[in-house]
Design a protein around this ligand. Sequence first.
Ligand code: GAP
Length: 514
Amino acid sequence: MAQQDDVFKKIVSHAKEYGFVFQSSEIYDGLSAVYDYGQNGVELKNNIKRYWWDAMTLLHENIVGIDSAIFMHPTIWKASGHVDAFNDPLIDNRDSKKRYRADVLIEEDIAKLDDKIEKEVAKARKRFGDSFDEALFRQTNPRIADIAKEREELHERFSQAMNDNNLEELRQIIVDRQIVCPVSGTKNWTEVRQFNLMFRTEMGSTAEGAMNVYLRPETAQGIFVNFLNVQKTGRMRIPFGIAQIGKAFRNEIVARQFIFRMREFEQMEMQFFVRPGSELEWFRQWKEARLRWHKALGMGDDKYRYHDHEKLAHYANAATDIEFRMPFGFKEVEGIHSRTNFDLSQHEKFSGKKIQYFDPELNESYTPYVIETSIGVDRMFLSVLCSSYEEQQLDGGDKRVVLHLPAPLAPVKCAVMPLVKKDGLPEKAREIVSDLKFDFATHYDEKDSIGKRYRRQDAIGTPFCITVDHQTLEDNTVTLRERDSMEQTRVNIADLHRLIHDRVSINSLLRKLS
Ligand code: GAP
């Protein structure tokens, strides 16, 4: 675990050092859980968004996109349930004056029991060496059985309290488990209270009568309230989908793990409107389609798993998360929910406008059911960064840090380098850049030794380096160095475009999906 923490710390500092992610307002000591994307980060993020957007809108003739405003009529959030129920249970420590999410304190306590089990296994593995039968040990060791039982009982009690929204019981669990504040080390806890996660602000001057509005906590509602606009103007027939990418805001209390949980973040959401009764079949199809989208990036199929929800929100009749193995464990990156007709019905009720679809095949009107796919851009970014980072020990004692980014997502696709800064090589290299730059993000680099230049590109995940040398002037060939294998091949300048395109185009990913 400690080793994984170290790796994660290195990834975070690498992200800063190479212009991917900066702490927001850093020169003013930062703003907690808010981040800025740097020159390389914004390109990687844009490529992730492009891959998602094209997979939705180009590959499906029945999915269209929109871009709705962040500010919306406040009644929308009443209708959606966010005003009344978008809460976290909070608890304060009276000595440190620090505030915590009660559920997170308990989840961490459960995780400690998991760690204890793993430590017992690790100790036994060391003791027994090659003859160690891990599965048998886990099944039969009495110490492990005791910890597992304790964990199970705690988990059961916690789930029950969360299901019943029983704040007193959550506090009692914290007291009974003797959980202490990580800052003060004391058990001097307040009551548990509900805390709404939406940011509120005022629109209009007070003289005109200001209106309380919210920064949207999800982009989905912008799609629901535009359902009729898009369906009618686009002459859409069910089943069809509306996709949107945009910022969302949540006043997260436990904001940790870098860009995993932020207060301002970006979502890519698609609501797919279907006939009532067909939703579970569509849910199944979207669940598979979304996992295919992730796996097409080639980051390793074993890094993903589904987490099917046992406890469903009152409006859902099926839900699953796609989790990714981050250095700090398997974590949710995307949610796929069968949301029934809850949202459209609620907006019909609160707006007083009829929101129905006339189905010409059935010759009847109904409120469509909805399958939602919802993925966080920043979490996706983090999963790509974490799975790409590698410190490699090279032959000859040399070391390199390389980002094995999926080539279509890399911020820079190729870097062109004259071997030396004279003899007409820079001019030749510039000529190549002038040609490639229309299709690929291309860097020109002539500073430092060629080895150092390769390392700089490896560190930002550039899939190709092109080196111009004296032979280039004679026969129009260059060396093309591939990032992961570091192999160099001599190729014709005329072939560069094709060779690079085959590897780095988003189309190459999309083709795997269709
Ligand atoms: N419309 C459904 C919805 O918003 P959600 O599970 O709350 O569902 C969907 O959020 C996705 O948004 C999550 O899977 C995650 O990737 C991302 N997300 C949610 N809260 C986030 C946060 N505070 N910081 C970064 N990403 C977040």
